[in-house]
Design a protein around this ligand. Structure first.
Ligand code: ADP
Ligand code: ADP
Ligand code: MG
Length: 623
């Protein structure tokens, strides 16, 4: 076959990998901002389908079908997100004479509305959350909420991706919450219909992977725990779900298969449940009629390739095994690596990846490489880090190690948050609920200068341990003057600030990782990545100002200066924008790392800069 993947980034690469392994040709479709993305190179053929706007590219059914015709594709895989749960698309693909690598359109449709799905679950004897999904007047919904008892959840019937959901604690808040959720649902799904449900108090999100074929055969591949969530979206997943009473686990698995069989399910899919951690009771949430982001943890514990199973089912082949041949072994975790800042409400971040060190004994499903620009056009997930081991504690320890070793430069990601998370007792014990992040304050991230001091200490420490095996000449900060303290020159990727710092021991931020020439300090969800500069790298040594103040701001990459808002003599504080540069059609504000006085402004608007070129220097503010 020649398989077109109607998606982008890591999921397109994931599907291509299996397609190639099975000897199929591949077609990538891409929007303009993705022209140089790695997934485009991975495919046998690539077709541009339009501009950044989703409705004109990744969501444009006609353009994708045109691309299938022009590239002579014979099959379409939708990935997840985008058109993956769109029955109209599934039908259009089949009507165009192509193989649809996904569930039949009727099954997608039946589960597309949560109202209909609740009804089907109830008919199949699968427990549903006590709730109301009938007439949509505000009065009826409010009355239902009062009957169910607060707190309740209002939830978009057409929802997905955590959108259109609000918790309502009391009757007085109901009208406002309903209005917000309805507006969000209308905006995101073009459908404002709402469900009111009892809010489960100690909720765990546990789901069951199912897979079916076109011959009426459905089996399950065990459970996944996805309770670590922010804004009802998953951040960390594991398989199998830990600490489930046997009766609960068995019930979940049986319910999932029953429901999938009832709708003639014939591909890979996921039935999601809420488990009440206090009682072990479980309730049906929704069914996702597609491959799921977190499918790799199931692959890790079953040894199966879910995309391969999807391709088999799509081509009419029966499932190659029976339920009792499925053996789960070991334990797996997946951390979603998102370009977001957990320190400021998980706000999405943009940036260009300047450095990437990935530990080599993990599964790394990623859409990016060094040089990739993460823009605001698409969702913030850039990669998934997957580890597995024979048991849960070992898998968790490997995850911690992998997060310590992972270095992503040039982009703020949530890897430091994940590293903090893996030490939290509820996660360690396998008893985390979806409320955990709401109930827990993240520790404060260190100021940039403290992070730089930590990075310097880590760098010098590593130099000592590797000194015997590495030539002195390769060490950028080696000094033969014994009376002068070791000083390290560091460039902060996030701001372009340069620190010349004497390493101090005993600093409180041990979560740091070292790669070739960079050091990353991860604390509380914030990763500060520093490049260790050579004294010869175009950066002029500044006066000895000691630990704490940055001496200069340098250009983190080649760019053009667009603004220099400061003049010599200005007092600046940490975080003040001191120069703005433009690169790859993006403006980047470079900020002072600490307080000081501007000594020199060495560039003017319009100047071209080189990597590491000094733009602004500071002297210490002695006020
Ligand atoms: P899960 O498969 O874990 O349930 P979600 O339901 O949150 O994940 O959504 C599936 C995935 O599809 C998202 O994590 C995201 O990567 C992708 N996705 C969803 N909506 C969009 C969108 N509008 N644009 C790009 N990607 C999207
Ligand atoms: P989506 O389609 O956006 O994924 P879901 O129905 O799967 O919507 O709900 C998303 C998340 O919201 C769940 O994983 C769970 O954390 C939470 N949630 C949903 N319904 C309830 C409920 N009734 N009580 C408590 N938490 C809920
Ligand atoms: Mg869901």
């Amino acid at each position: 076959m020649k398989i077109l993947v109607a998606n982008r980034g890591e999921i397109a690469r994931r599907v291509f990998r299996t397609a190639r392994r099975l000897g199929h040709e591949t077609v990538a479709v891409y929007a303009d901002p993705d022209a140089s993305a790695p997934f485009v190179d991975d495919a046998t053929v690539a077709v541009n389908i339009g501009p950044a706007e989703l409705s004109l590219s990744y969501l444009a059914i006609d353009r994708i079908l045109d691309a299938a015709v022009s590239s002579q594709a014979t099959a379409v895989h939708p990935g997840y997100g985008f058109l993956s749960e769109n029955a109209v698309f599934a039908r259009a693909v089949v009507e165009a004479g192509l193989v649809w690598i996904g569930p039949n359109a009727d099954a997608i449709e039946q589960m597309g509305s949560k109202i209909r799905a609740r009804g089907l679950a109830a008919e199949s004897g699968v427990p549903i959350i006590p709730g109301y999904d009938q007439t949509q007047t505000e009065a009826d919904l409010a009355e239902a909420a009062a009957r169910i008892g607060f707190p309740v959840l209002v939830k978009a019937a057409a929802g997905g991706g955590g959108k259109g959901i609000r918790i309502v604690a009391a009757a007085s808040e109901f009208a406002a919450a309903l209005a917000e959720a309805t507006a969000e649902a209308q905006r995101s799904f073009g459908d404002g219909a709402m469900i009111v449900e009892r809010y489960i108090q100690r909720p765990r999100h546990v789901e069951v992977q199912v897979v079916g074929d076109a011959h009426g055969h459905v089996i399950h591949l065990g459970t996944r725990e996805c309770s670590v969530q922010r804004r009802y979206q998953k951040l960390l997943e594991e398989a199998p779900a830990p600490n489930l009473p046997d009766v609960t686990r068995h019930g979940l698995q049986t319910s999932a298969v029953t429901l999938a069989a009832a709708i003639g399910y014939d591909s890979a899919g996921t039935v999601e449940f809420i488990v009440d951690d206090t009682s072990g009771e479980y309730f049906f949430l929704e069914m996702n009629t597609r491959l799921q982001v977190e499918h790799p943890v199931t692959e890790a514990v079953t040894g199966l390739d879910l995309v391969e199973l999807q391709i088999r089912s799509a081509t009419g082949q029966p499932l190659p095994f029976e339920q009792d041949e499925i053996v789960l072994s070991g334990h797996a975790f997946e951390a979603r690596v998102n370009a977001e800042d957990p320190g400021s409400s998980f706000a999405p971040q943009i940036g260009t990846i300047s450095h990437l060190t990935v530990p080599d004994d993990i599964r790394w499903d990623s859409g990016v490489v060094v040089g990739s620009h993460v823009s605001s056009h698409y969702d913030s997930m850039v990669a998934k880090l997957v580890v597995s081991a024979t048991d849960r504690p070992t898998a968790l320890a490997r995850l911690a190690l992998a997060l310590d070793e992972l270095v992503i430069g040039g982009l703020t990601t949530n890897t430091g948050f994940h590293r903090w998370l893996v030490d939290q007792p509820p996660l360690v014990e396998g008893r985390i609920t979806t409320r955990f992040l709401d109930e827990t304050d993240l520790p404060d991230p260190p100021p940039l200068d403290q992070a730089a001091a930590t990075a310097a200490a880590v760098w010098v420490g590593r130099r000592r341990t590797t000194a015997s095996s590495r030539p002195w000449a390769s060490l950028p900060d080696f000094s033969l003057t014994p009376h002068r303290p070791q000083r390290t020159v560091l460039l902060a990727h996030s701001t372009g600030a340069v620190f010349e710092i004497a390493a101090r021991s005993g600093l409180p931020h041990p979560v740091a990782s070292v790669a070739d020439r960079s050091v990353a300090v991860n604390v509380a969800g914030v990763t500060h990545t520093f490049r260790v500069l050579d004294r010869t790298e175009g950066w002029a040594p500044a006066p000895d100002v000691g630990h704490g103040a940055a001496d200069a701001v340098v250009s983190p990459f080649p760019a053009v200066v667009t603004e220099t808002p400061v003049v010599p003599g200005d007092h600046v504080s940490g975080g003040d924008v001191v120069v703005v540069i433009e690169a790859m059609k993006m403006l980047h504000a470079l900020r002072a790392a600490g307080s000081g006085i501007v000594a020199e402004v060495r560039v003017a608007p319009g100047d071209q800069t080189e990597t590491h070129q000094v733009l602004i220097t500071f002297e210490q503010d002695h006020r």
